[in-house]
Design a protein around this ligand. Structure first.
Ligand code: SF4
Length: 279
């Protein structure tokens, strides 16, 4: 029987990024109608981590908007990680804070971070059309550095931003080449304020992406359907699990609402799968 892993996200610094990623509502350039705030209160973050754990999450991802880590940010994330580790049992802590150097990554590891998420987003070729303020190579390098300091690597990307089939295959090949422990597959969620106006992906294409990813990543890795799940798989969740996914994000995403964790857990149980209780 298939065991499904649940992961939750906390946007601990939101919406004040100067980069120009054309898929991202957190870039200040596109003036998307989202909640923007500086560092969230640590007590509140710990409270939310407890709720996520009680809802069944095993993975807890601490996300900050922005290109990458700086001294202040790394200190804050480390402080949050330490507090969560001492107050909530059994959560695998993932940091998602953009580009990072080895020193910063090691510091986070020392303070309780287990895994670092940094997505390649799309193929190296297509990346130039969706972001001009930093490079794909820089992203790839951060992924290699994550592994080299002994943190678990979580990397994947976004599909449906206007890329070609070749770009999709290249992206799958690229993240698989890094041998990540977990891979989030996101499906583009259009927002009227963003330069990419529509998604170019169908449910059947998403299923093929999951199958190909599973094939290249291997059976022992986490393959997660993350953002855009509700757009493509609502009432058809069985299809994504049968294609090879074994993890989902529960609760809200960074700037879009998800469905209730209770509903997600009911869906998984009704299909006949179990919910993982340890990593
Ligand atoms: S760097 Fe990150 S937060 Fe900033 S615009 Fe790009 S994806 Fe969004």
């Amino acid at each position: 029987m298939k065991n499904i892993f649940l992961c939750a996200i906390n946007n601990i610094l939101s919406g004040n990024c100067n980069e120009d990623c054309k898929f991202c509502t957190q870039s200040v350039r596109y003036k998307a109608d989202i909640n923007r705030y500086n560092y969230k209160d640590i007590n509140q973050i710990v409270k939310e981590a407890k709720i996520a754990k009680e809802s069944g999450a095993l993975g807890y991802c601490l996300v900050t908007a922005g290109k990458g880590l700086d001294d202040k940010k790394v200190e804050f994330v480390a402080k949050v990680a330490k507090r969560i580790k001492s107050s909530v049992d059994g959560l695998n802590l993932i940091a998602c804070n953009g580009t990072a150097n080895k020193e910063q990554l090691l510091y986070l590891k020392k303070n309780g971070i287990d895994s670092y998420n940094h997505n390649l987003e799309t193929s190296e070729e297509f990346y130039k059309t969706i972001c001009t303020t930093h490079s794909w190579q820089e992203r790839y390098q951060t992924c290699e550095d994550i592994k080299s300091v002994g943190l678990d690597l979580c990397t994947g990307g976004i599909f449906g931003m206007g890329e070609s089939q070749k770009d999709r295959d290249e992206l799958i090949k690229a993240f698989s080449s890094l041998k990540p422990e977990s891979t989030p597959l996101n499906f583009y969620h259009p927002n009227p304020s963003l330069p990419i106006k529509a998604s170019n992906i169908t449910t059947n294409e998403a299923i093929e992406i999951i199958k190909k990813s599973r094939q290249l990543l291997g059976d022992d890795k986490l393959l997660m359907v993350a953002g855009g799940r509700e757009l493509l798989f609502q009432n058809n969740e069985r299809l994504m699990f049968e294609a090879g996914a074994n993890a989902i994000v529960i609760g809200n995403y960074l700037t879009t609402k998800g469905q209730s964790p209770i509903k997600d857990k009911d869906i998984i149980k009704n299909i006949g799968y179990t919910i993982a209780t340890s990593c």
